[in-house]
Design a binder for this molecule. Sequence first.
Ligand code: BT5
Length: 254
Amino acid sequence: KAELQTEQFGQDIYYYDVVDSTQNIAHRLAQDGAKHGTVVISEEQTAGKGRLMRPWESTRQKGIWLTVILRPDVPPHRAPQFTLVTAVAVVQALQELLVQAKPQIKWPNDVLINGKKCTGILTEMQAESDVIQALLIGIGINVSQSEADFPKELQSIATSLKLEEGIDIDRSKLIATLLHKLEIYTALYVTDGFDQIRKLWEANSCTIGQRLEVTTARETFIGEAIGITNDGVLRVQKDDGEVKEIYTADIKIL
Ligand code: BT5
């Protein structure tokens, strides 16, 4: 806490040794009235979660596993962009601490280094009659895992800051930097909209201009990512010229 440069984020910190998921704790705290900027953080998660209830590997003390509770004054349709805003904040924070490794954003919720995932973001919402009560921004950053610390099935797709940068990154310093960036960019998004952040997002993305395989709930197709909109929607042009607007999907960079 001594390292924090924020005004609101991390003023209330709930710190745990082990939890099932910081998202679950944050859900309860938000229902009990936790204020904007409250942070839940744990050394270990036994049931860390990704999107669509996929598991998130959260090895003890090897990463940053945290959730920030936001109470933004925006309508629910502006919630999905918070994932992209968070990705920009993560990349900016990582860039401050890393010298060698170059983090890049993969739409919608991953940060990659050398094509492997080092960060995943999960945004969940509590809403009532079209008003956001709280947003729970979950961020998992792999910090000091060796290859053998990852389960076999993740070894070819996951990486850590230590594996890419070659040295240990101080977790408290990274958390402080991250919360600072997150406070700045979420506030900017709420007041000014997505336009400025979209430009930062595009400049730091490894998605735009790439050939992708896109899998939505309905179909799988191949095309080129040509941009994102101010709604955070990915625009993909198929080979026949048709442009698809993708709200939610898994993408593979080909
Ligand atoms: C995500 O989901 O990437 C969101 C991850 C959010 C994790 C944070 S940690 C703090 C907070 N508390 C939680 O319980 N969650 C949040 P998705 O895009 O669905 O990606 C999940 C997929 O990533 C899995 O199916 C694996 O293939 C892969 N994966 C799992 N653990 C990983 C890890 N530690 N590093 C890299 N990839 C991983």
